[in-house]
Design a protein around this ligand. Structure first.
Ligand code: CIR
Length: 432
């Protein structure tokens, strides 16, 4: 286990690098260690670029009210700050990384390439338009999306002329960016930068990649990149849980393929990461439970939230334990179905408490799970941030001795993600 002092004072207030080379910019060896630094994204104009025609493809079920979602998000950030957490913003770090590396032009080119711009005329106009902006404004514009009526494309080609009157965007908005948990995952002193499953979210990882490669705070911070966005198999951060410095739990889900879990386990074992076991937990392939953290999160040394809907009638769930094998490029796999026992053995604790979402009630459980009642963000062992609307689950957590800090959630919840999804821990204190 790394010592906590290694991670102290790694930057000044502007995020400028003041760390010595042996200090790490990513340090996450648990789900519950005191949260010190977190990455958020404030919902922006991308939210107002949702329409009923495109929201399903962009993975939304409704259109949040922008001023209210921003107010709720600001309060979420403030809640973290008053609890001693340093809050960094994706949009700001991205702009700083681009400026620090003088990569504005290549960043825009990659974004345009990945936004499916096939017309040379349109490409040129968009490139000039974006590059004319100050870097932070440009980053926010790319995140928000570019409408066709924002730019003048002077072209006599039928393809360009006829295209103007159809679909409203040249570049689609990225409304899911406020779920910073998913494009990557902090794991030990490293990170997975993910190849996300749906087209709607694939470009999101370019911001994270840019930060890790070019931001002064991260590029020299000794960050291992366990997976990069060019791998062919899919994985998303909502499925990646760091239970302790030896054990990970990863969902096999709508968004994370079994092959990706095995590839990551091999990578971690072979690159000498501290992790020795990966528990691959198979959850239903449905939208309401798209990631493991929508149905299962860790809140204390031996306490977890769980949505009963992932368990069979007899309480079982397919769980595969991946461990190092003697053969290079392979892992040893053991199949189990008693999750409580698997967790007890893997974590070395005497008992495990699985606290059911909505108390397991036939109505409250699925209703609160839909609004992320199981998606808790632990900011210290036994201290969690949750949505206020999930009052049945919150009350039950309190009865079990957990300190619950509620945040307003009327609009934030419409994107189908909760406090864990909205936050990417970068530094946590180690647990004993
Ligand atoms: N970890 C999470 O469960 N993140 C929530 C992602 C919600 C987003 N609308 C999505 O469907 O990807």
């Amino acid at each position: 286990m790394k010592s906590t002092t290694e991670t102290e004072s790694i930057s000044n207030e502007t995020g400028e690098n003041t760390m010595e080379t042996n200090k790490k910019s990513i340090h996450v060896f648990s789900e519950i260690g005191e949260l010190q630094t977190v990455l958020l994204k404030r919902p922006g104009r991308e939210i107002e670029n949702l329409t009923p025609d495109i929201m399903e493809r962009l993975l939304f079920d409704d259109i949040p009210h922008l001023p209210v979602i921003q107010k709720e998000h600001d309060k979420f950030a403030e809640t973290l700050r008053v609890n001693g957490v340093e809050v960094l913003y994706l949009e700001k770090l991205s702009a700083e990384a681009i400026d620090a590396s003088d990569t504005k032009e290549s960043f825009v080119e990659t974004m345009l390439d990945e936004s499916g711009i096939s017309s040379k005329n349109v490409y040129k106009v968009l490139k000039d338009y974006l590059l004319s902006m100050d870097t932070l404004e440009m980053v926010e514009k790319i995140m928000a999306g570019v409408r066709k009526n924002e730019v003048e494309v002077d072209s006599n080609h039928l393809a360009d002329i006829s295209d103007r009157h159809q679909y409203p965007f040249y570049m689609d908005p990225m409304p899911n960016l406020y779920f910073t948990r998913d494009p990557g995952a902090s794991m030990g002193n490293g990170m997975t930068i993910n190849n996300m499953t749906y087209q709607a979210r694939k470009r999101e990882t370019l911001f994270l990649e840019t930060i890790m490669k070019h931001h002064p705070r991260f590029k020299d911070g000794g960050t291992d990149i366990w997976r990069d966005r060019n791998v062919t198999t899919h994985m998303e951060g909502g499925d990646e849980l760091v239970l302790n410095d030896k054990v990970l739990a990863i969902g096999i889900s709508q968004r994370t393929e079994a092959k990706a879990v095995e590839d990551l386990a091999i990578e971690l074992f072979e690159k000498g990461a501290s992790f020795e076991k990966v528990l691959a937990i198979k959850i239903p392939n449905v939208r309401a439970m798209m990631h493991l953290d929508t149905v299962f999160t860790m809140i204390d040394h031996n306490k977890f939230t769980i949505h009963p809907g992932i368990l069979e009638f007899d309480g079982s769930i397919d769980t595969y334990i991946l461990e190092k094998s003697d053969e290079a490029g392979k892992v040893k796999i053991t199949h189990e179905t008693d999750l409580g026992k698997v967790l007890k053995d893997a974590l070395g604790v005497d008992d495990i408490e699985l606290i059911q979402c909505g108390g397991g009630d036939a109505i409250a459980a699925p209703r609160e799970q839909w609004n992320d009642g199981s998606n808790t963000l632990a900011i210290a062992p036994g201290v969690v941030v949750t949505y206020d609307r999930n009052y049945v689950s919150n009350e039950l957590l309190r009865e079990k001795g957990v300190k619950v800090i509620e945040v307003e959630s009327s609009e934030l919840s419409r994107g189908r993600g909760g406090p864990r999804c909205m936050s990417m821990p970068l530094i946590r204190k180690d647990i004993n």
